[in-house]
Design a binder for this molecule. Structure first.
Ligand code: ADA
Length: 575
């Protein structure tokens, strides 16, 4: 399943997860004309990266997947891919029905005009680097290959509900309103009139009727007011089922179920507010990488990650450096774990021929698909990209404004490594810094003075662009080889990681102008061999507090203690 709950009660859906036929293809550039192979030499499970197969653990190339499905009379087959890594081309009966760049956002294809009965679905997947990939490059995380997230077949009528975006707003007297944007797609060649109704919190709201022109998608806005509901918060993450039904006369012809939480996020001065009250976030950067699953992390393992994060007293996850699996976001909604979700980019080059279109699409699709998750408190982008130059700052402004336009209800930020040289803070609602004092420079004893001086600079003038904005320490940490203990507490030892994280958390969790901390990083992850491998023992990024199998390092208990101290102190301060 794409989510942790059923998203349809009326629409007929079926999971396409399971064994698909599989065959590797070329490792060179994609051929101009894609043609599925005549024969397939094996089967591979979907979802999951092909690296799960030992002989493909380092395979960077192209491959084909194939399976059949059955189309139903009177419906159009719509296939939703939760994520394909990293470039996918979908075919039905040998006809291209869609393609998608980038591994980390869902995409949907449909095939109008197919007869009822059995059809062939084949998918070409390419995880190579090069001029076709502006965001996937040799990097400090691994780009896996394959159909790495769940796939769902849906049977949709001529007019179906494409999307429902719900934005809650606090009203007077503890009542809430809900702004809805409902998108209807008409696949037919005739205008079609339909009615809409929404079931929420025990009430049915009739939204009236509308006509959708042929072969178009139409968005309508409606608002539900005076809702007596319980708010969503980190401590009490109350969720509500939002069931939108499409009517033809009295008959329900389609529907869409999502889950929402009534909460508001805002920035006021140097504070981050949730439902009007200042909050402070403490947590981790988490890559989607968990051995032996690779990036194809099953739901039970996602739940383990969140239990470990909660056990360490975390209430916050940054989805470095890309949009995450919707099931993980569902779990964060259910558990009250705050999320900074960011569109895909880590130190990408703005002059790559495909960068601009792909980062734009990653940002648009992230917001479109993940808008309703109450746990997502902020949107991020462009991790450690060029923000020192006027051109680089302008690009940050373009992407941040794009995200803000798509969703004005959440603050936006980006993680900067350029600190006093950064020229883009003015476009962000929250200033976020990646600081590695004690690892890439400086000593443990400089952590406190370093951040004190930097904050003094930031708030010392309007010219910084970040004056009186909240600050998040979006990355800090050190490498520790799992199991490497050394009484001299040298670099790469677990003891040294304890020392740096202990001091970093003591300082950052205590500073009133720092509203959030995200340790780099939750777990050790694979990197691509061509990237700074000489500084990455095991060809891994070893800065995890747990290793790639979630075995805790010594620092686990240090983090747990510091988070617990902070939680007690913040609770006392909040009264
Ligand atoms: C950067 C980057 C991370 C990771 C980290 C490190 O801050 O944002 O992705 O590479 O450095 O481990 O050095």
């Amino acid at each position: 399943m794409l989510r942790t709950f059923a998203t349809h009660q009326h629409r007929i859906t079926e999971s396409l997860d399971g064994l698909w036929e599989f065959a590797t293809a070329d490792t060179g550039p994609q051929p101009r004309r894609l043609r599925p192979p005549g024969s397939f030499d094996s089967r591979l499970h979907v979802p999951g990266p092909w690296e799960r197969r030992p002989d493909l653990v380092n395979y960077r190339g192209q491959a084909w997947y194939r399976r059949t499905f059955t189309a139903l009379p009177g419906f159009t087959p719509r296939i939703v891919f939760g994520g394909v890594s990293h470039t996918g081309t979908a075919m039905i009966d040998g006809r291209v029905v869609g393609r998608h760049d980038d591994a980390y956002t869902p995409w949907a294809v449909h095939a109008t005009g197919v007869e009822a009965g059995e059809h062939e679905l084949s998918l070409h997947v390419d995880n190579t680097f090069g001029p076709h990939a502006g965001l996937h490059l040799e990097n400090d995380y691994y780009t896996y290959g394959g159909i790495t997230r769940p796939v769902e077949l849906q049977h949709v009528p001529d007019v179906f509900i494409e999307r429902v975006a719900a934005t809650p707003q606090a009203g007077r007297g503890g009542k809430w309103s809900l702004d809805l944007i409902i998108e209807l797609t008409n696949l037919s060649d005739q205008p079609q009139r339909r009615g809409l109704a929404v079931d929420l919190a025990g009430r049915t709201h009739d939204l009236g009727g509308l006509t959708v022109a042929p072969s178009t998608t139409r968005a309508i806005r409606r608002s539900l007011d005076g809702l007596a509901v319980r708010p969503w918060s980190l401590d009490k993450p109350h969720l509500y089922r939002l069931h939108t039904r499409l009517l033809d006369g009295e008959a329900v012809v389609d529907d869409l179920i999502d889950r929402i939480g009534f909460r508001e996020v805002a920035v006021r001065g140097r504070k981050l507010l949730l439902n009007g009250r200042p909050i402070r976030l403490r947590g981790f950067n988490r890559h989607e990488d968990y051995q032996p699953f690779g990036c194809g992390i099953p739901l039970d393992a996602m739940a383990v990650d969140l239990e470990l994060i909660r056990d360490m007293g975390g209430n916050f996850v940054r989805t470095c450096h890309y949009p995450n699996d919707m099931r993980f976001l569902d779990l964060c909604d259910e558990l009250g774990i705050a999320v900074w979700e960011e569109s895909h980019a880590r130190q990408v080059k703005f002059d790559h021929p495909r960068y601009r279109e792909q980062v734009t699409r990653s940002s648009e699709e992230m917001v479109r698909w993940h808008h309703n998750h109450p746990a997502i408190l902020m949107w991020g982008c462009l991790n450690e990209c060029e923000s020192r130059t006027p051109e680089g700052a302008a690009e940050h402004g373009r992407v941040l404004k794009l995200i803000k336009k798509l969703d004005p209800s959440r603050p936006v930020t980006y993680a900067s490594m350029f600190h006093r040289l950064d020229k883009a803070y003015r476009y962000a609602d929250i200033v976020s810094w990646n600081r590695y004092i004690g690892w890439y420079g400086g000593g443990i004893d400089q952590i406190e003075s370093n951040i004190r001086d930097l904050l003094k600079w930031l708030h010392g003038s309007d010219r910084t662009g970040g004056r009186n904005k909240p600050v998040i320490l979006s990355e800090f940490g050190v490498g520790a080889i799992p199991g490497y203990r050394n009484a001299n507490r040298c670099k790469w030892s677990e003891e040294y990681q304890c020392d740096v994280l202990d001091e970093s958390l003591r300082v950052y969790l205590n500073h009133p102008d720092i509203v959030g901390t995200a340790i780099w990083q939750f777990c050790d992850v694979r990197i691509t061999p061509g990237w700074n491998w000489d500084r990455r023992p095991r060809t891994m990024n070893n800065k995890g507090v747990v290793d790639e199998h979630r075995r805790p390092k010594l620092a686990y208990e240090v983090v747990k203690r510091r988070h617990a101290e902070a939680a007690r102190r913040w609770d006392r301060a909040a009264g």
